[in-house]
Design a protein around this ligand. Structure first.
Ligand SMILES: NC(=O)c1ccc[n+]([C@@H]2O[C@H](COP(=O)([O-])OP(=O)(O)OC[C@H]3O[C@@H](n4cnc5c(N)ncnc54)[C@H](O)[C@@H]3O)[C@@H](O)[C@H]2O)c1
Length: 255
């Protein structure tokens, strides 16, 4: 959907995905991404924007590999090509799950780039199942959103004229949620965990419009932001006070 919107704006869009894309690449495989970036450099010289949207919700370390390490590596691999543009922007799809209580030790391992330890710890959480396993997903999304905020003002990004933001969707009707949203029980579970009083589940185009705006020339000053496109969940979960860090899973269970 993003590709279509970008092309409608008159820009050239290149899609990459595991399957059904112009370029079929496993974004969790750093060597495969490097080869792809070389191809793009040879063909186009530079890129003006990256939309890092691929993701999984397996509630296992796969989420860490794709949603955090894969997304971060994709963006940094494209950095030299973005730096050759005179007007480049990046957007990463995080999630409103980044607002949910999560395993803060796992988030820290990701941010400290302790890949092996993070994957091992994530597997131990996955083996426990339930909310512990889900922390693989929520931590991957909190870490990638934190990373976006961390790098946005640095020399590599702001200093090179590159804006970088994240989008945090709530519950979106996509193949990722088809099964969940197909029963009353599933819908109750989804909207119990992530209420969306404004218009309910988001449509893919609700998210795509914001992603494309953020990489377009219309975004001249926003960087380091996490824009929640979530039907109101952010304002419910954080309330009026957006100046305090989200709670850890431990703090939430103690209350
Ligand atoms: N659907 C939701 O409710 C929801 C909510 C919040 C955030 N998100 C995020 O939105 C993004 C898009 O998800 P979606 O809902 O469209 O799900 P989806 O499953 O329909 O699409 C995910 C896409 O990522 C691709 N992908 C997965 N692993 C990959 C890999 N290793 N290499 C390359 N491509 C890979 C898949 O092939 C698929 O096309 C994801 O980052 C997801 O976490 C979705």
């Amino acid at each position: 959907m993003c590709l279509k919107l970008v092309e409608e704006r008159g820009d050239n869009a290149i899609g990459l995905d595991l399957r059904n894309a112009e370029f079929e690449v496993d974004l969790s495989d750093a060597d495969a991404v490097a080869t792809f970036v070389e191809k793009i450099e040879a063909q186009y010289g530079h890129v003006d924007g990256v939309i890092a949207n691929a993701g999984t919700q397996a509630n296992s370390p796969l989420d860490l590999k794709v949603n955090y390490f894969g997304a971060r590596n994709s963006v940094t691999s494209f950095l030299p090509l973005l730096q050759k543009s005179d007007n480049a922007r990046v957007v990463v799809t995080a999630s409103a799950a980044s607002l949910q209580p999560t395993d803060t030790k796992l988030v820290q391992l990701l941010l400290d780039d302790k890949q092996e330890e993070a994957l091992e710890y994530g597997q131990a959480l996955a083996d426990r199942g339930g909310m512990a396993g889900y922390a693989n997903y929520s931590a991957s999304k909190r870490a990638i959103a934190t990373w976006v905020r961390r790098v946005a003002p640095t020399q590599d990004f702001a200093g090179a004229g590159i804006g970088i933001n994240a989008v945090g969707p709530g519950v979106v009707a996509t193949p990722m949620t088809t099964e969940l949203l197909s029963t009353d029980e599933g819908r109750d579970m989804a909207f119990g965990a992530m209420p969306a009083p404004y218009n309910g589940a988001q449509r893919p185009e609700d998210i795509a419009d914001v992603l494309v705006f953020l990489v377009s020339g219309m975004n001249r000053s926003m960087t380091g932001q996490v824009i929640y496109v979530d039907g109101g969940f952010d304002s419910i979960s954080r309330g009026e006070d957006i100046w305090h860090a989200p709670k850890s899973m431990d703090q939430a269970t103690q209350e």
